[in-house]
Design a protein around this ligand. Sequence first.
Ligand code: ADP
Ligand code: MG
Length: 699
Amino acid sequence: MSFLTSPIEYLKGVGPQRAEVMRKELEIHTFGDLLYYFPYRYVDRSQIFQIRDINPNTQFIQLKGEMESFKMEGAGRTKRLKASFSDATGSIELVWFQGAEWVLKNLRPNVEYIIFGKPNLFNSSFSIPHPEIELVTQQKLEEKKGLQPLYSTSERAKKKFLDSKALQKVTRQLIDSIKENDIPEYLPKSILESQHLISRYSAYQNIHFPKSENILDDAKYRIKFEELFLIQLRLLKMKHNRGNTVRGYVFEKIDHFFDKFYKDKLPFELTGAQKRVLKEIRKDTLSGKQMNRLVQGDVGSGKTIVALLTMLMGIDNGFQACLMAPTEILAQQHFESIEPLVRGLGIEVVLLTGSVKGKTRKYILNNLAEGNIHIIIGTHALIEDHVVFKNLGMVVVDEQHRFGVAQRAKLWAKGATPPHVLVMSATPIPRTLAMTLYGDLDNSIIDELPPGRKPIKTVMRTDADRSRVFGFMRDEIASGRQIYIVYPLIEESEKLDLKDLQDGYESISRAFPRPQYQIGIVHGRMKPADKDFEMQRFARNETQILIATTVIEVGVNIPNASVMIIENAERFGLSQLHQLRGRVGRGAEQSYCILMTHSKIGNDSRKRIQVMCNTNDGFVIAEEDLKLRGPGDLDGTQQSGAVNLKLANITEDVHILEQAREIAFTIIDKDPNLTQPENQPLRRHIDSILLKNPWSKIS
Ligand code: ADP
Ligand code: MG
């Protein structure tokens, strides 16, 4: 057992009871866990301020002065103790909601104290709730040199006397007893020098108890760098291994299905970007290595046809292909768009989802194993063990961020030679996130929309504008267009003031009466056949308005629909809004997106809506989404390591991320197995992480 793996109760000042709280409340089990439990901020306690310095922007402040008078106020739950605290420049109120007895027993008027806390502004005067209080002594003043760490804890931990201060004490204990070889360096000297990195030992000491602002910055930089560097090194190593130790199928011929489809069936000329991406794929599938490629393209950029042509390359060479979607609805929609395209080519395409049962299921599984089925479309149930292919050669994953690195790796087990893998991202991903999520993949971007598309005009409207919006809808319908109206929920929610679908349907029906107007409705709770019926009616322009929930988010393609109205738009995330908007703007007509919101909406919602009104570019929207929400809330990032970062932030530390990737790249390029002496500590470090983190076991 090394020092850092010692159980936390062995640390001086911890003991069994406190250890219990640390384990349960803070997930600190070992010395190492405590070492990695970083402060959330630092305060400069070397300075003592004056009461007149306090202003509305003051965060934490340290003051020196005396208590003048104590008084109890209120009764029952609102009972609180107040004291007036003053120095030469003024006075401020201190407030205690709990522990009044202790305060009254221990604090004396007319004695000098140092207090520390966060001033609140209330009714134009400041008060400090629950300040930290110390007697003024020479020793106390000495101890205050340097920055003090603040640690977050839980309410429960605080009740058990494990507050920030207590954590600071035990961490101090840990740092004082830690030796340099407990935190050994593993980065090669050359990197330390070129990146001006301080040693690991010094970084971990100073992240807790920095001697100065400068060294704190150095410590943060070093730790961020190593977090990002290790992820990149693993990804690039994985990529390198795959390219060099794993053979891939060679798709020599594309002279039958591919050619025939291209000549006879392709309904349009491919865009330059589509052609370029197909060439990249073609090159991969001829290389003898396994393809692992990410294709990113905005909504409507035409990824489906690229997927299909890619699958046809495999089929031409005697292989089967599969297309995986994250949800059943999406799988169904892919099936519906692909099946008619290849009709008459002599290719069998099937759909396999959880709701395909009995005879049909049996038929599919048998014929898949026999090799009679060429293309199978479904959810990730397709990669489960009981689904057996005769010779799977091409896998397309329509991803929407939801398949992690680990799930992609699962495809390998299916055969000695792994199939080629094409990952399509349905929503563009910010570049930094792509580097972290898909750093092991090659990257293609479809950065061009099919010709003739006019940018969608997006506006924000509130209930007060409703009659104007109705007027606009009538005009659009009169000129032959169709309209989507999307609602967030299917049924009335008791708590939230949401316009529910049914209400919406009724009010729209009143404003757009039959027989002049026909209205359809679709939602997730409908039977598939009924939903299908409604969608078909809309597709044939038998209904002019389609009222829907987000079931129409992806895949639906009705070019004559030119207006997308999103009710309670503030309730949707950015990428969802962008996906929904992508349902219009698919024909030659000018299209519109109207974001209906409550008249009072929060700041974040307002920002989201503004982003939507300002741009149609999915990549810009993705960047903004990442900034507004952080990586933790984006779909699929959980498995990626991007959110397990303790200190680094992939939106803010772009520069460090790029440096880290470049250096990782150089190392893997020169010494892929990390066998050279200078890289051996690195190799050992990575191996020790691999043991702890199953995510990375797949390299
Ligand atoms: P997405 O990238 O969002 O999956 P789709 O593949 O659904 O986009 O394509 C959007 C629409 O554009 C479809 O109607 C498709 O038929 C059409 N499309 C795709 N490529 C082209 C092209 N090169 N020229 C014209 N229309 C195209
Ligand atoms: Mg699509």
